[in-house]
Design a protein around this ligand. Structure first.
Ligand code: ARG
Length: 402
């Protein structure tokens, strides 16, 4: 590949891997590097990335708090769909990539860069997600994926390179490789190491966002979530911005041992991979959102939404956020949410979330219709013809079979 690159915008975390990438880009491409570091709620101080980039001689350093945009424009739209990949994965990593890619492209345009680079390996989904998004937003941008190009193929080679290039190696990283971790406001994920054997239970010390269910409080916690047009807007009557809402729900779920998932998933690139996820707030949100939908959505709309959901989740997982078909499904989902307004009561207890109440000013639930008591609005004799006509073809089938 041609090494003719002037300036590259690197998605830079400040960690060992992306620091090595930074130096490697300067050395092997002889190009200027612009760093971009985003706070997506990963729980690390992003300003340390600025200090590290400065120390490495970088002149154009972009450090941004994107938490509200992330939750408001990406996470919440996805939760409106109740999106779960393969029935269990809440897509915490997948949903963050399009926003990072979008900002990289915008920064490239603003700084006159002709390339973008990321630190995802050649075996995972993240390279696909970054690069599909880059291409959708700027088909002419040059993409550099160092992990697919360089010969730093082992942990020890990476560490030797860092040592030879005056890059700090955190002491805990010099030995055994750590879990491959990705964190943001939605989740923290763990892959690799002992988890590579799908039969091995993760060590308790690995978990950071949830207490073990058995260590959670012996008394339940009740919480009320208010929704407006499909989005969570208030907790126990207090209005919260999207990012604050998710942070608060993470605390509540985490303290009650809710939101752990131990999964073997099918990666887009073909292999099966075992991952463990902590998604406390998202787990509460999906349960609560489904509950408010249960009283505010029409049956036909609700069932169609549920049919579209696996398709939508797969698009997000595979990295097709910026695609016409994701946008089409999103438009249908968003349209369905106009009346998804109301309040849900949840009971959190030792790893479980139970719905104990739901109400809405625009509810379709009609107690007069549903009641077991005598009523005047529903004529039970109508049910006879309804069943008879529905049974007509079953009658014909049975007759033929004899
Ligand atoms: N398997 C998950 C996914 O594809 C998590 C990936 C985590 N990424 C990482 N760089 N550790 O969405």
């Amino acid at each position: 590949m041609s090494k003719d690159v002037k300036k590259v915008v690197l998605a830079y975390s400040g960690g060992l891997d992306t620091s090595v990438i930074l130096r490697w880009l300067q050395e092997s491409y002889g190009c200027e590097v612009v760093t971009f570091t985003a706070d997506l709620g990963q729980g690390e101080e992003i300003e340390t990335a600025r200090a590290k980039a400065e120390k490495m001689g970088i002149e154009e350093i972009h450090v941004e708090d994107l938490r509200e945009e992330f939750v408001g424009d990406y996470v919440f739209p996805m939760f409106r769909a109740n999106a779960l990949y393969e029935g269990v994965y809440l897509l915490g990593t997948a949903i963050a990539r399009p926003l990072i890619a979008k900002r990289q492209i915008e920064i490239a345009h603003a700084t006159g860069a002709d390339a973008v680079a990321h630190g995802a390996t050649g075996k995972g989904n993240d390279q696909v997600r970054f690069e599909l998004a880059y291409t959708a937003l700027d088909p002419d941008i040059r993409v550099i994926a160092p992990w697919r190009e360089w010969d730093l193929t082992s942990r020890s080679k990476l560490i030797d390179y860092a040592a030879a290039h005056d890059i700090d190696v955190p002491s805990d990283k010099s030995g055994e490789p750590p879990y491959s971790i990705d964190a943001n406001l939605v989740h923290i994920s763990y892959e690799g190491k002992a988890l590579e054997d799908p039969w091995v239970e993760p060590e308790e010390a690995m978990f950071t966002r949830t207490v073990a269910p058995e260590d959670a409080p012996d008394r339940p916690t009740y919480v009320e979530i208010g929704f407006e047009a499909g989005d969570a807007v208030a907790i126990d009557g207090e209005s919260l911005s999207p990012a604050r809402m998710l942070a608060r729900l993470n605390d509540l779920g985490g303290a009650n041992g809710i939101g752990r998932a131990d999964i073997v998933e099918n990666r887009f690139v073909g292999m099966k991979s075992r991952g463990v996820y902590e998604t406390p707030g998202g787990t509460l949100l999906i349960a609560a959102h489904r509950a408010v939908e249960s009283i505010t959505l029409d049956r036909g709309a609700a069932h169609l939404k549920d049919e579209l959901m696996p398709r939508y989740a797969e698009l997000v997982y595979n990295g097709f956020w910026f695609s016409p078909e994701r946008e089409m499904i999103q438009a249908a989902i968003d349209d369905s949410q106009k009346h998804v307004t109301g309040t849900v009561r949840l009971k959190l207890y030792k790893g479980s979330v139970a719905i104990t109440g739901r109400k809405s000013p625009v509810s379709l639930y009609d107690q007069a219709l549903a009641t077991f008591e005598a009523d005047t609005v529903y004529d039970q004799r109508d049910a006879e013809g309804f069943i008879k006509l529905n049974a007509l073809r079953l009658r014909l089938m049975k007759k033929r079979r004899g």
